[in-house]
Design a protein around this ligand. Structure first.
Ligand SMILES: Cc1cc2nc3c(=O)[nH]c(=O)nc-3n(C[C@H](O)[C@H](O)[C@H](O)COP(=O)(O)OP(=O)(O)OC[C@H]3O[C@@H](n4cnc5c(N)ncnc54)[C@H](O)[C@@H]3O)c2cc1C
Length: 286
């Protein structure tokens, strides 16, 4: 199917992109990698009359490591994250997660910012970003603002971004960057049928002082499994506590069944994946 006709502009500054969006309103859409937007346009689910291509905005590209956070530009592709030696050294969960985003075609074009703005319920990045307690940086008419990941995902494909705001970067706090992402990938689409991200922090005597668990693919939107986190915090992460966390990991999830998997299958798999993910984090050390 061919998309309806549209105009196309290539701003070189974020402020210019924001001004264009203000001017054209609902007729316009930002374009990043195009791997969610263009298919939707080809299916005529979306018919923007103007695409504002963010690709030429240099400030949206690249990775910068500071003393307290690593900042990843919104236009950094999944493939660039997967291949980044810098990220592997300071925040290995990011390249590990990037490697399991679909296939090389998607990884070469799709961007971190696009995936977060899209907020697909079965997308990988929202769960990773939630578990890492990252901050999303956005720029709009009112200037720049920072949104905690916990406040960013508001519902299925619904985020805290205003229509005229550009997601410019993601800040991941250091050194809380150890963790594991375990994903049951659908063999055709590459999306998560079940995905669990576990990030743990323990004190010197092995007591868990912080647990963040992101869950994707199983329900209408990505969420933190707070009931499961509560079972882990304050414990020595014994087999019993891990089983207790697994028992409640689906407590807040309204499991969905669709063409990719039944709700019963997802309900069955989620605790299994959580248990395995926690065990793997403990094996590699957090
Ligand atoms: C066959 C297929 C398989 C896929 N498999 C997976 C998978 O396994 N896991 C996964 O996580 N994803 C998967 N995806 C989605 C892929 O990762 C997309 O690339 C991603 O979700 C969107 O990123 P993009 O850069 O392509 O954004 P685009 O498609 O360009 O944009 C998506 C939406 O976000 C908005 N947007 C983009 N960038 C910004 C920005 N910086 N600021 C504000 N708004 C912005 C756009 O206006 C649009 O509404 C798959 C896609 C396809 C087609």
């Amino acid at each position: 199917v061919i998309a309806a006709s549209f105009d196309y502009v290539t701003p070189t500054r974020v402020g210019e992109a924001v001004a264009l969006m203000r001017e054209h309103g609902e007729r316009a859409r930002f374009l990043a990698g195009g791997h969610s937007l263009i298919p939707a346009m080809k299916l005529r689910r979306l018919r923007p009359q103007l695409l504002i291509d963010l690709g030429g905005i240099a400030e949206l590209h690249g990775v910068h490591v500071g003393p307290q956070v690593v900042t990843i530009g919104a236009l950094t592709t999944h493939g660039e994250i997967a291949a980044s030696a810098l990220l592997r050294s300071v925040a290995p969960l990011l390249p590990e997660a990037a490697k399991v985003v679909s296939d090389p075609l998607i990884r070469n074009r799709g961007t971190l910012g696009g995936a977060l703005a899209q907020a697909d319920p079965e997308g990988d990045w929202p769960a990773v970003i939630l578990a890492l307690d990252a901050t999303i940086v956005a720029q709009g008419q009112q200037g720049e603002r920072r949104i905690a990941a916990d406040n960013f995902f508001l519902g299925p494909r619904h985020t805290a971004l205003a229509p005229d705001e550009v997601l410019t970067a993601v800040e991941v706090p250091l050194p809380r960057t150890r963790g594991i992402y375990l994903k049951r990938m659908h063999p055709a689409s590459g999306y998560a049928v079940v995905g669990v991200v576990v990030v743990l922090r323990r004190d010197e005597d092995g007591t868990c002082v912080e647990a963040r668990i992101g869950v994707t693919g199983v329900g209408a939107y990505t969420l933190r499994a707070k009931a499961a986190e509560a079972q882990l915090v304050g414990s020595r992460l014994t087999a019993e506590r891990i089983r207790a966390a697994a028992a409640v990991v689906g407590a807040q999830v309204q499991f969905i069944g669709d063409g990719q998997a039944s709700a019963a299958y997802r309900r069955h798999l989620l605790p299994v994946y959580l248990r395995r993910a926690i065990e793997q984090v403990l094996k590699v050390g957090e």
